[in-house]
Design a protein around this ligand. Structure first.
Ligand SMILES: N[C@@H](CCC(=O)N[C@@H](CS)C(=O)NCC(=O)O)C(=O)O
Length: 249
């Protein structure tokens, strides 16, 4: 039998340029308004004062992203059409093109560790706590579908279907941790605080780990469990510093 090589969509900078996906001649981010991974990128762009276009993707149908093999948001397109997939890679790409003020992947094990933590631990912990019951899931999706700019029909579908799906995801995320969702979230914030060295993970100024973890937490502002962030003795101060730094309040 003949082997057919199937190109898997990959994280990071893509070889094929897609200049037709650039909107208004500005760096363009394909995102969901409330997506945690997208908030990472918004925070970095905000802190560097980089003007950009945003294309809001419909979370259920993902119509605006059909052209891309990589089916997740954020996707970042630079003005020359360079496509970068996956939030942590996007943070590195933007910083490398801008001031290069934090280390690249592989150069600083601590930064890498806490950037991985944002996806593998913190992102999953917030899902378990936000979507801890059908009630909290519906409230979250009610908020998400109001903030997102959808048609009435797609808003209804996203809200009810989304709440159901996210409740299921919340359950499965909760199973990944030994502690119940609230206790686990508190514990993970305690763990995360150990990486905050002075004002930021990057000591005097934010590095990739600051943007990565701030983005995740920013996406749950106002939702179930955010009180744990607000009352945390280390994380609450750091969170306010990141808001000020990035202009993402
Ligand atoms: N590892 C990816 C995760 C991105 C991700 O899971 N994004 C979600 C939205 S919050 C998504 O696009 N989900 C749609 C899907 O997986 O089909 C990153 O850091 O960018």
């Amino acid at each position: 039998m003949k082997e057919v090589a199937v190109e898997e969509p990959s994280a990071g900078v893509q070889e094929v340029l897609v200049p037709e996906r650039v909107v208004n001649g500005l760096p363009t981010m394909y995102c969901f308004e409330t997506c945690p991974f997208c908030f990472k990128v918004k925070a970095l762009l905000g802190s560097r004062g980089i003007e950009y276009s945003k294309v809001e993707v419909d979370p259920t149908f993902k119509t605006q992203l059909k052209w891309s093999d990589w089916g997740k948001v954020p996707v970042f397109i630079d003005i020359d059409g360079t496509q970068v997939n996956d939030s942590n890679y996007i943070l590195h790409y933007i910083d490398s093109k801008d001031s290069g003020s934090f280390p690249r992947m592989g150069e600083d094990p601590e930064q890498d560790r806490w950037m991985d933590f944002s996806n593998n631990v913190l992102g999953k912990s917030i899902v378990a706590v936000i979507y801890t019951s059908y009630g909290t899931s519906l409230r979250a999706l009610d908020y998400v579908t109001k903030v997102d700019n959808f048609s009435f029909r797609s808003r209804l579908i996203n809200k009810w279907l989304g709440a159901f799906i996210m409740r299921m995801v919340g359950k499965s995320r909760a199973k990944m941790f030994d502690l119940p969702p609230r206790e686990n979230f508190q514990y993970q914030l305690d763990e995360m605080s150990k990486g905050i060295d002075g004002d930021f993970f990057g000591e005097e100024g934010p590095n990739g780990a600051d943007y990565a973890n701030f983005g995740i937490l920013r996406s749950m502002q106002g939702l179930n469990g955010f009180d744990i962030v607000e009352s945390h003795h280390v994380v609450s101060g750091w969170y306010s510093r990141m808001q000020e730094h990035s202009g993402v309040y």
